[in-house]
Write a protein that binds this ligand. Structure first.
Ligand SMILES: NC(=O)c1ccc[n+]([C@@H]2O[C@H](COP(=O)([O-])OP(=O)(O)OC[C@H]3O[C@@H](n4cnc5c(N)ncnc54)[C@H](OP(=O)(O)O)[C@@H]3O)[C@@H](O)[C@H]2O)c1
Length: 328
């Protein structure tokens, strides 16, 4: 069997997600010195892969990553993205150049389509990404948030794309229905985002009301929560019932819920790297400790059972936030 396309970049099994560096309305303030210390703690623990995007703080997250990597660029793999509205030929080129400047680097290791904008122009988008790769400004190309039709378009027109970034965690298993198997069949490695369901899978919150409003937007929560826009009923009771069951498994194993959740994800088919957000060196250390945990088959089955009802209730749409799925 040939090596998967994702092996063309040396991904680490755990990555650092840098969205919260934006200090935006979803995450709240985050001092740059703490973000830089978090990046350095990650690199020091062998978490070399960093994921950011132009839209995170309108460039601020990329700028902070660039400053944090001064003198350490060789220690890191950087992934960034192009926003949906920039997915024209000119937009991809301009966005990529701006990311290079903010990241203070000559090459982006992985450039990804953040969300599909104008579907009619997807072939133009693919070609523009590949032109940046051919020019040596990008080492590899990937997609995020693609549904079956978009994956088929990539299969038909793209050349050598390596990864698909999707939301995936014990409380959000929608990709298991169709998107993950399809990605694997297409040779795309999965990068799992929001692996702790934005902090829920640390067990820190006992009720839905305790969760910060910026993170009550997903379809776990009722659609009338302040920043939610999905408009649906949510499934708060089922979500917290699943968390109670997961807490019992973690307690029995003598590990934190975060570690068990990350270990479970690492053992799922097709997952190449887990993009865990963290806001302190302590959180990085805690998450890195999941790397020495391998769950046995009985525990994996128990975790599957603990979250199966929630998975069934939330269904196969991987879009966590929108009123109408953007996964097409
Ligand atoms: N492609 C896309 O469309 C897309 C969408 C979403 C995310 N992403 C990527 O995925 C990355 C991660 O996703 P995410 O940030 O949404 O969610 P996440 O990784 O599930 O959650 C991150 C948050 O969990 C809490 N946390 C992490 N480790 C912890 C620990 N050991 N103990 C206690 N709390 C801990 C922190 O919350 P506090 O801040 O409260 O401490 C942290 O900010 C993002 O940074 C981004 O790079 C991509």
């Amino acid at each position: 069997m040939s090596a998967p396309a994702s092996s063309t970049l040396p991904f680490t099994p755990l990555a650092l997600g840098c969205w919260a560096f934006a200090g935006d309305r979803f995450w709240g303030p985050f001092a740059e010195r703490d973000a830089v210390a978090t990046v350095h703690a990650a690199l020091d623990r062998g978490i070399r892969f960093l994921d950011t995007a132009p839209v995170y703080g309108e460039g601020l997250s990329e700028e902070i990553v660039g400053r944090a990597l001064r003198g350490r660029r060789g220690d890191a793999l950087i992934a960034t993205k192009v926003s949906a509205e920039d997915c024209t030929a000119e937009g991809v080129r301009t966005s990529g150049e701006a990311s290079l400047r903010r990241l203070q680097t000559d090459v982006i290791d992985l450039l990804q389509i953040h969300w599909v904008g104008d579907e009619a122009r997807l072939d133009e988008t693919f070609a523009a990404f590949e032109a940046l790769r051919d020019a040596g400004k990008v080492r590899a190309c990937g997609v995020c948030n693609f549904g079956p039709r978009h994956l088929a378009r990539l299969r038909a027109a793209g050349h050598g794309w390596i990864t698909h970034q999707v939301p995936y965690n014990l409380l959000w298993r929608a990709v298991e229905f169709q998107v993950a198997p399809q990605s694997a069949a297409d040779g795309l490695g999965l990068l799992a985002y929001s692996p702790l369901q934005q902090g829920l899978l640390t067990g820190r919150f006992r009720t839905a009301d305790e969760v910060p409003v910026g993170r009550q937007r997903s379809r776990h929560f009722h659609g009338d929560r302040p920043l939610a826009r999905h408009g649906g009923p949510g499934c708060e009771t089922e979500t917290f019932a699943a968390l109670t069951a997961l807490a019992a498994v973690a307690a029995r194993l003598g590990r934190s819920m975060a570690q068990v959740s990350l270990a479970w994800l690492r053992q799922q088919p097709g997952v190449v790297s887990i993009l865990a957000g963290a806001r302190s060196p302590e959180q990085v250390a805690e998450n890195a400790s999941s790397l020495d945990l391998t769950l046995d088959a009985a525990t994996l089955a128990e975790l599957d059972r603990a979250t199966a009802d929630l998975k069934a209730k939330l269904g196969p749409d991987p879009d966590m936030w929108a009123p109408e799925s953007r996964y097409r």
